[in-house]
Design a binder for this molecule. Structure first.
Ligand SMILES: [Fe+2]
Length: 353
């Protein structure tokens, strides 16, 4: 976040703290009746200083007073008389317990304070501080940061792709496969104990699954044909290397759930359900769910795509291989759901041809 925005947030915080001090003075002050009001300049002072919209009601939510900013916000207040019942809308703002709200297109920080006298609640004051500009800026910045992050991710992924000539388009295709699979898993969030946010993060992480290939020697990476054992070992190092790289690259990212998922996807997408995968040989649910999801998308794409060592397999053959991998290579609870995506996946690949 840039310094101008940070100092603006700091200024807002200072303003809020100042306001809170004023509120606590108001709370501690005796509840001031109309006749006393003129004599007590504290109330006047606080009230005049309020840049916020301010509405005061008694303990039955009957109207007492409001300032000009509140009247601009709720035009009906211009005609309100003391003792009048406030509108439903105002009442819900007083009582919903939220500390912010949108009114029209504006975002307000909201504070409702009890006015007490001799430990009895005499009324309530509501303060609404227009934070629209700040909120908009924060949203814009967040969006910008996300866009930058996404383009860095896509950029890094295409660096890998440009070096690894055997897999043309694999990275973006697997992202689309994960996307389709994630849409299916949306109906099973409870069963898997996951959230929509989790699935969104898996999709976002997918293009980085092979990022560790940056660390693999060109001779190995670009070799047409099958690897020797030694070359295969070097190639296998890409998943662990990818996880380590992402930990460093994403260390400043605030969204830690995303970082964990991205690291797990890169680090564990070659693990197998039966423990015979790499790099750690972990098995079953020890393998993070996001990596088990990625594994299916990764293998499926490799099967239906042409590689230098093989032709593209037909859908029947590819899905049969996936099904045969149930409980050995793949999570048995995921495979049937992946197969249910067949129609959409075929459409995706047919349209790409
Ligand atoms: Fe990989």
């Amino acid at each position: 976040m840039n310094t101008a925005l940070l100092s603006e947030i700091q200024a807002k915080k200072d303003q809020i703290r100042k306001l809170e001090r004023e509120i606590s003075r108001l709370e501690n002050a005796e509840f001031i009746s109309d006749s006393e009001k003129n004599e007590d300049n504290l109330y006047e002072l606080i009230f005049r200083q309020m840049q916020d919209a301010y509405i005061l009601v008694d303990s039955d939510y009957l109207y007492i007073d409001s300032n000009i900013n509140a009247k601009k916000l709720f035009r009906e207040l211009y005609d309100f008389e003391k003792g009048q019942r406030i509108t439903e809308n105002m009442y819900s703002l007083f009582s919903d317990g939220a500390d912010d709200c949108w009114l029209g297109n504006s975002y307000y920080e909201k504070k409702v304070v009890k006015i007490k006298k001799d430990n009895r609640v005499m009324g309530y004051a509501m303060l609404l501080d227009d934070d629209t500009d700040l909120q908009t800026k924060v949203l814009e910045k967040t969006l910008h940061i996300q866009l930058v992050q996404d383009s860095i991710i896509t950029g890094m992924a295409s660096v890998v792709e440009s070096r690894d000539n055997s897999t043309g388009g694999h990275i973006m295709r697997t992202k689309k496969v994960v996307q389709i699979f994630a849409e299916k898993l949306l109906d099973y969030t409870e069963e898997f104990g996951i959230s929509i946010e989790f699935l969104r993060n898996v999709v976002k992480s997918a293009p980085m699954h092979d990022i560790g290939k940056i660390a693999v020697d060109d001779v190995v990476l670009r070799k047409p044909g099958r690897f020797t054992d030694e070359e295969y070992q070097k190639m296998k190092a890409h998943s662990g290397a990818g996880a380590e790289m992402l930990k460093k690259i994403l260390s400043e990212v605030d969204n830690r759930e995303f970082v964990t998922i991205a690291v797990n996807v890169a680090g564990s997408h070659h693990e197998r359900w039966d423990g015979k995968g790499y790099p750690k040989g972990i098995k079953g649910e020890e393998i993070p769910l996001e990596a088990r999801i990625m594994a299916l998308a990764d293998v499926f794409d490799a099967l239906v795509s042409k590689r230098c060592y093989k032709e593209a397999y037909g859908y029947d053959r590819a899905f049969r291989i996936i099904e045969e991998g149930t409980g050995t290579q793949f999570d048995p609870s995921l495979v049937p759901l992946f197969i249910e995506c067949r129609k959409k996946l075929e459409k995706l690949y047919d349209e790409m041809d």
